[in-house]
Design a protein around this ligand. Structure first.
Ligand code: SF4
Ligand code: SF4
Length: 242
């Protein structure tokens, strides 16, 4: 059973948006509240902050069932568009007239990983993607909503990082760039390797795929290729500007 699926909404869950954490703004630590207020000046007028993610394979299936395609095209964001449309549908259906604001995806840069840690979804992995015992690394943050909803606040789900008890740490040895050696992620080694024409990591991360945790939730190949294809395109575009 998915321990992060706490909002019983068929609209969200049937779309694969099956990870939820509801925070009462007033109960967030001063640090987190300050971070939010600095980035979303209107945050103070809302009562709740809702973090919504997807875990596993259903999200990609549902996106395709909606008629969208996972293709990389300039100016197109099918993952964000599908996520926002689904969350908006949920809010309109379950909370009609309720004031709300979708702050991610959007102009604000809120630290989703910090919120994921607060929710108990996110432990750091050697390859710098969040990992947990249920989904392994096969989950992602899709929407962050400020709202005057009255949802039950989600107790933080506290489990240990799967990396703590992972004897093989196979992700580290699997990285062809040796970018994870010594316990620190070496971003430049990773990028330099990924940019090589013969790289095995242009549209995937071999380290991530080698992790044995949550393999039944691994994204379909096309979804992995989509996300890593976007990141390599951004890396190449940035390199061209330099
Ligand atoms: S292979 Fe082991 S150390 Fe690497 S991410 Fe998976 S659980 Fe953590
Ligand atoms: S993308 Fe490739 S080079 Fe970068 S960390 Fe993953 S396995 Fe290593």
């Amino acid at each position: 059973m998915n321990p992060y699926q706490t909002i019983p909404s068929a609209i969200l869950n049937d779309a694969g948006l099956n990870c939820h954490a509801v925070f009462e703004l007033a109960q967030l630590s001063p640090d987190v509240r300050e971070m939010l207020l600095a980035r979303c000046p209107r945050a103070a007028q809302y009562q709740q902050l809702i973090l919504i993610g997807h875990g596993g394979q259903r999200f990609c299936e549902a996106l395709k069932e909606s008629g969208a395609e996972l293709v990389r095209e300039e100016g197109k964001h099918p993952v964000d568009d599908f996520s926002v449309a689904t969350v908006q549908h949920y809010l309109d259906n379950d909370w009609p007239g309720c004031e709300h604001e979708i702050v991610y995806p959007g102009a604000y840069t809120v630290s989703l990983q910090e919120l994921g840690k607060l929710a108990g979804w996110h432990h750091d992995s050697p390859f710098m993607v969040g990992v947990n015992q249920h989904f392994g690394s096969w989950f992602a943050y899709r929407c962050l909503v400020l709202a005057n909803t009255e949802l039950p606040v989600t107790p933080a789900y506290c489990d240990a990082s799967p990396c703590d008890s992972c004897a093989s740490k196979i992700c580290i040895s699997a990285c062809p760039a040796k970018a994870l050696e010594g316990g620190e992620f070496n971003l430049m080694k990773c990028i330099n390797y990924r940019r090589q024409p013969e790289s095995k990591c242009r549209t995937t991360c071999i380290a991530r795929v080698s992790c044995p945790v949550g393999t039944e939730h691994r994204y379909p190949r096309e979804q992995i290729a989509y996300h890593y294809g976007r990141s390599i395109a951004m890396i190449e575009a940035y390199a061209k500007k330099e």
